[in-house]
Design a protein around this ligand. Sequence first.
Ligand SMILES: *Cc1c(COP(=O)(O)O)cnc(C)c1O
Length: 365
Amino acid sequence: MLPTPYYLIDKSRLLANMEKIKRLRELSGAKALLALKCFATWGVFDFMKDYMDGTTSSSLYEIKLGHEKFGGETHAYSVAYADDEIAEVLANCDKIIFNSIGQLERFSSVSEGRIRGLRVNPRVSTSDFDLADPARPFSRLGEWDPEKIEAVMDRISGFMFHNNCENADFGRFDEMLAVIEDRFGHLIARAEWVSLGGGIHFTGDDYPLERFAARLRAFSEKYGVQVYLEPGEAAITRSATLEVTVLDTLHNGKDLAIVDSSIEAHMLDLLIYRQSAKIEPDEGEHEIMICGKSCLAGDIFGTFRFPAPLKAGDRLSVQDAAGYTMVKKNWFNGVKMPAIAIRELDGTVRTVREFSYEDYKQSLS
Ligand SMILES: *Cc1c(COP(=O)(O)O)cnc(C)c1O
């Protein structure tokens, strides 16, 4: 058994998502780009690239990683490009998407002759968490005024909309796309491509994939555009676990177990969005709160049920540890960083990356 903590990516679970993406592409004609901000563990890119068209990004480093390790189409997007990075951005992408008309104008001559797009904010979204809501008041994410956008149509050939967030409801997606068509349809008709962003949970068990595909195909045919999707979470959902070991148990009115990991350092997104981690099957008579080993008082994975009391040395698997975990891990408290391992389709597990004290030291100076 590998020493814990480690993230374990299970290729057979990843494959189930990849097959749904492939099927959606075939049915709809849409292209699918992996959003690297959600998942950038390049050790499985060779496997994923047979099922997807490329990557999309939020920064120069993601652009470079997508271009180098995934290949296919590389979409560049950034909330704001800096003067000293634009040349390298352009050298590593197929399309460049600007967040504002100001940035499009600033980099207009240097990007002349390249495929350019603009992020448009339709001012509707499915996020109920202010922190992640692109349509929040005063949002800086994209242009929203059709008249202003129309004035720069001669310099762009496409648009990026990203307004879905963990949206598992096809009806809601459909309604919001209708809002987009209503406000921006006349501009979309003049474009060659449209990215509808990420946040659509189309790889979920009950998602009506066929209806979704038909809607995308109809949209694409109506306006004569190539549609892109930018799945992050949907591409890797439920494909990895965080493997940990119990270090200590105590009782303080509740049964507690401390593990050799930290939600703050290794699954930060859950803490930010105040969600519990998942440990399965979560059944049995013993209710135990699973806590991280950092000194943050609220470093708690959640409270789960177990068939027997836990003891030091027991191993636990925290589920759904692929998206927004490895890309956000950090050295808080100097807690040992989880290794990264891959379970191959034949069941063998190999460690692809380990982190040491040297890595911790080198991350600072
Ligand atoms: C975050 C993001 C994505 C991926 O979102 P998921 O919810 O992980 O699918 C795609 N495109 C853009 C522009 C994003 O900001």
